[in-house]
Design a binder for this molecule. Structure first.
Ligand code: TMP
Length: 206
């Protein structure tokens, strides 16, 4: 059976990290060789770009700079990590991928989807996840969870409710257009219920 590329997505506070650990355990226990990675990041250079993207600055960042840095990190990630792992027959589990750019830079920042598509075609050459798990929850609930972590907020977490509402809507619109690939998980449920939903989706793929 061919190796699969799975991405996970969602607004801040959706509980991706907790669920990523569950998915990782579930797939490993079922004998899958798994490369777990993240965006922006996943390579030495990509992690340096991540720091640039997430660190708040006095002067801010132009939206095009943000978009291009996301794709710079992604080009490196695909070349150094994702493609080689898939070619070796491993499964890849990435905490975010290009859907995040459509949602945050497209939906949130208002960059035209067409421009993002052009960059995606240029850098990815058609590569996209076989499965995307979208952890969805109301923005206010996500924000409460972020604040209750009691740690500093990054450049994106500083954004207002309205920004995350647009990000969430864009994710949901994408899921509606591509229901085969993008599966919505109700992240406002209990951890046990979420794990149950995940198992239902993943089990047939094993
Ligand atoms: P994380 O909080 O999931 O680690 O992701 C870091 C932030 O980067 C998060 O706020 C979403 C944002 N992001 C984008 O804006 N565009 C992208 O393409 C990616 C991959 C992440």
């Amino acid at each position: 059976m061919k190796s699969l590329f799975i991405s996970i997505e969602g607004i801040e506070g959706a509980g991706k990290s907790t669920q990523l650990a569950f998915i990782q355990r579930y797939l490993s226990e079922n004998g899958k060789q798994l490369k777990v990675t993240r965006e922006p990041g996943g390579t030495e250079l990509g992690e340096a770009i991540r720091t640039l993207l997430l660190t708040p600055t006095e002067t801010g960042m132009a939206v095009d700079t943000e978009l291009l840095l996301m794709f710079s990190a992604r080009a490196e990630h695909v070349a150094q990590v994702i493609k080689p792992a898939l070619e070796r027959g491993e499964w890849v589990l990435s905490d975010r991928f290009t859907d995040a750019t459509f949602a945050y830079q497209g939906g949130g920042r208002g960059i035209e989807q067409q421009r993002i598509n052009e960059l995606a075609q240029w850098t990815l050459n058609g590569l996209q996840p076989d499965l995307t798990l979208l952890f969805d929850l109301p923005v206010e609930l996500g924000q409460q969870r972020v604040l209750s972590r009691n740690q500093g907020v990054d450049r994106f977490e500083q954004e207002k409710v309205d920004f995350f509402q647009k990000v969430r809507n864009c994710y949901l619109e994408r899921a509606e257009k591509e229901p085969q690939r993008i599966k919505i998980i109700d992240a406002s449920q209990s951890i046990a219920e979420i794990e149950h939903q995940l198992t239902r989706i993943l089990q047939p793929l094993l």
